[in-house]
Structures are given as structure tokens and as C-alpha cells.
Design a protein around this ligand. Structure first.
Ligand SMILES: Nc1ccn([C@H]2C[C@H](O)[C@@H](COP(=O)(O)OP(=O)(O)OP(=O)(O)O)O2)c(=O)n1
Length: 145
């Protein structure tokens, strides 16, 4: 039987516990995600647990949960055509957990993640000029010039 995302998670249909001071966001930016998680954490008095090291461990644990969904299945084609709807929703949940913890980890380390990504992508373009590496997956250290 097809399940929705909440059933995959073992949640009951009653979402009366759901509460947030934020307006509903349909297409959240990284900043929206940072703010919503900060509110989620504040509302539960969980900042005491959300130090950088704990968030890093939580992040790695969630990456492990993503890996668990892929393990023993063989190669997965783009778009995951062999996966069922509930399997895809489960993956969506685990990837979301990874992003949520990553964004909060960056915040608690006082890293502006979107700005850092811009700087890192600029570095990546310098390290891997398209004209030089086109079609090759070699690491930049493997080039001799
Ligand atoms: N101390 C906590 C616990 C949970 N969460 C939030 C962030 C994650 O998005 C999600 C993680 O919840 P769980 O630890 O219950 O992990 P899963 O949702 O992956 O459940 P399960 O491990 O059963 O798959 O909830 C949080 O911010 N701080």
C-alpha cells in the first residue's frame, strides 16, 4: 500500500502538535530554513544541546541514514526510476535532516553558509577550469602543469 511521508515516518495523522510562529514558506531559501530551525530549537529549549560538535554528530548520523537507503541496492540511475513513492519520500526526509543540521551547524559556527558557498564555488572554478578538465573526473592534484 502506498504511504505518505508521515506514514513513512510513523507519525499519526493528527498534526495538532504542529506549531510555529513563522508564516508558511512555500519555496524556502537557506535563510528561511535557518530561521525555521532556529525557531524549532528555541521553542523546545534545545539550544543547550545544539552545540557545534553535537550538530556535527547529528549531521553525520543523518548522512548515514541516507547511505542506508542506498546500500545493497546496486547502482541507482538519475531520478531513481526503480524506487517507490514511499522510498523516495523517505529519502526526501533524510536529505532534509542533513540539510537542516548542516545549516544549523554553519550558524552555530558563525559561518554565513550561502556567502561561503559563493566563495567556494569561485575557488572551484579556478581550480577546475572547464577548458582544462572538460570530461575528466581527475582531482586537481593529478594534473601536472
Ligand atoms: N535534538 C533534536 C532532535 C531532532 N531535531 C530535528 C532535526 C532533524 O530534522 C530531525 C531529526 O529527528 P530524529 O533524531 O528523530 O531523526 P529522524 O527524523 O531521522 O528519525 P529516525 O532516526 O527514526 O529515522 O528533527 C533537532 O533539531 N534536534
Amino acid at each position: 500500500m502506498a504511504m505518505n511521508g508521515d506514514q513513512v515516518c510513523g507519525l499519526k495523522g493528527d498534526m495538532s502538535e504542529q506549531q510555529s510562529t513563522s508564516p508558511i514558506v512555500n519555496e524556502p531559501t537557506i535563510e528561511d530554513i535557518r530561521r525555521m530551525q532556529a525557531e524549532f530549537t528555541d521553542e523546545r529549549n534545545w539550544n543547550q544541546f545544539h552545540q557545534p560538535r553535537n550538530l556535527l554528530l547529528a549531521l553525520v548520523g543523518e548522512v548515514g541514514e541516507v547511505a542506508e537507503l542506498f546500500q545493497w541496492r546496486g547502482e541507482a540511475a538519475e531520478g531513481l526510476p526503480d524506487w517507490t513513492g514511499p522510498e523516495r519520500e523517505h529519502l526526501a526526509h533524510e536529505l532534509s535532516d542533513v540539510l537542516i543540521y548542516l545549516v544549523e551547524l554553519a550558524e552555530k559556527c558563525h559561518i554565513d553558509l550561502p556567502q561561503a558557498v559563493l566563495r567556494k564555488m569561485a575557488l572551484n572554478r579556478l581550480k577546475y577550469p572547464a577548458s582544462k578538465v572538460h570530461g575528466s573526473a581527475k582531482k586537481y592534484t593529478e594534473y601536472n602543469d
